[in-house]
Design a protein around this ligand. Structure first.
Ligand code: HEC
Length: 66
């Protein structure tokens, strides 16, 4: 493989990473939280800034409290 082909591969890879990031952000985080052994840690790093204290800081009527 010559140099220009390698650069092409890098480009494809960064586009792939970008798509992955958009895909991840587009879906609501609970999908990622499913089946995790480290749920509490995942919650505090990924969820707490919108759901602090089981609230919903974005939409109050969508709190995590039943
Ligand atoms: C960017 C802010 C944000 C983050 C981060 C976030 N959520 Fe939410 N969550 C919301 C909003 C806004 C809603 C209400 C969506 C709607 O209108 O249906 C919601 C709804 C929910 C609901 C449904 C509540 C209901 O009464 O319908 C659950 C469960 C939930 N989120 C869990 C989580 C979990 C678990 C995480 C972390 C993995 C998380 N959320 C991360 C903003 C967020």
């Amino acid at each position: 493989m010559d140099l220009s082909e390698e650069r092409q591969d890098e480009k494809v890879f960064s586009v792939f990473l970008l798509c992955l990031a958009i895909f991840t952000i587009s879906f609501h985080p609970p999908v990622l939280a499913a089946n995790t052994q480290k749920g509490a840690k995942v919650f505090s790093t990924n969820c707490a800034y919108c759901h602090a204290g089981d609230q919903n800081l974005v939409k109050a009527n969508k709190s995590l409290k039943k």
